[in-house]
Design a binder for this molecule. Sequence first.
Ligand SMILES: [Fe+2]
Ligand SMILES: [Fe+2]
Length: 289
Amino acid sequence: MYGTALDQTQGVGGITAPEPVGWRLEDIDFAAIDPVLANENEALLLLLVASSFIESGTRLYASNLVVHFEGDHEVSAWLAEHWEPEELQHGRALRAYVACVWPSFDWDRAYVDFIQAYRPLCTMGKLEARRGLEMAARCVVETGTTTLYRAIHHRVREPVLRTLLRHISEDELQHYKHFFRYFRNYQQQERSSRAAVFGALIRRTAEISREDTDIGLRYACAERCRGTTHAPLPFDELQRAVRALLRSSVPIGLAGAMWLRPLQLGPYAERQARRIFSLAARTVMACSA
Ligand SMILES: [Fe+2]
Ligand SMILES: [Fe+2]
């Protein structure tokens, strides 16, 4: 299935140029969707809607990143020519999938409401002041998306969605590799301490855990309640269902390896840190059930 996992995170420093977009939305055969398998799990579909909102809102924070890295031509070019178009394609692809499975779902209306709530959160003040630390924080975001899409892929049986999720999670891993490489480049000049890098990782983790997905889910759920003819899933029940889904499927080992990598620990410290990460992640997920 996925042959990437930890090995691919090892070679981050070896990437010399951005890869071209490896797949196109036009290549996805949406007509081949199996409607029975596609409708197996309402919470999972609502999570896909929430993800499509966040991916489609990429421009809000992409413009902040472009300002933050102004003058760094390599980073600016990669953000504009690869990263942003790929994130937007993720949003379009997930939206198109949901439109096939739930034709009556008014994505546009829900997205307008979502963006109103989401826009105030995408401010320059949320970025790390030092460029290298912002690159480390971006690694946290891409760790989250890589492992989220892998977790959903693990739970899905519908073949078209499985293909889509594989493409998207592979893109997210490539994004991680680029941000990590840029982080290492900036570290050569800025030399932020390990404590400073750890602080940036923790801050961005706290921010994305409490904001993005919950806002997306809230507006996805609200629209589903408006548009559906059967009893809708209450929001708190949806949150519990999504957490249960992620708790059993998130690849914690991979998440730990990716999250910890910007700390550039030695082998022994890294092994210990991975154990602590795994324990902390399982505890947090159990407590939020
Ligand atoms: Fe994405
Ligand atoms: Fe990404």
